[in-house]
Design a protein around this ligand. Structure first.
Ligand SMILES: *[C@@H]1O[C@H](CO)[C@@H](O)[C@H](O)[C@H]1NC(C)=O
Length: 75
C-alpha cells in the first residue's frame, strides 16, 4: 500500500517535469474585407500578451498558450 502511494507520488512528480501542455485559444479577427480590416492590428498585441504570459511559467503553471485566428472578413 505504502509502496503504491510512493510510486503514484513519484509518477506524479515525474509527470509535472514534462513538457508544458498546449492551451489553444481561437480568435475571430477581420483580416480582410472593406468595413474594418483591423485584425492584423489586433494580432500584434495578442501575440505580445501570449508571449508575456508564457514567459512566466508560474502564471499558468505547466500550460503554454497558443493562438490561432479565423479571418471573419467583415464586408
Ligand atoms: C509555446 O507556445 C508558443 C506559441 O505561442 C511557441 O512559440 C513555443 O514554442 C511554445 N513553447 C513550448 C515550450 O511548447
Amino acid at each position: 500500500m505504502i509502496v503504491a502511494i510512493l510510486f503514484a507520488h513519484v509518477a506524479g512528480c515525474l509527470a509535472l517535469e514534462g513538457e508544458p501542455r498546449e492551451l489553444r485559444l481561437l480568435g475571430m479577427l477581420p483580416m480582410t474585407g472593406t468595413a474594418w480590416p483591423g485584425g492584423s492590428a489586433c494580432l500584434v498585441p495578442i501575440q505580445m500578451a501570449l508571449a508575456d504570459v508564457n514567459a512566466y511559467p508560474n502564471l499558468l503553471h505547466r500550460y503554454n498558450l497558443t493562438y490561432k485566428y479565423i479571418d471573419t472578413m467583415v464586408c
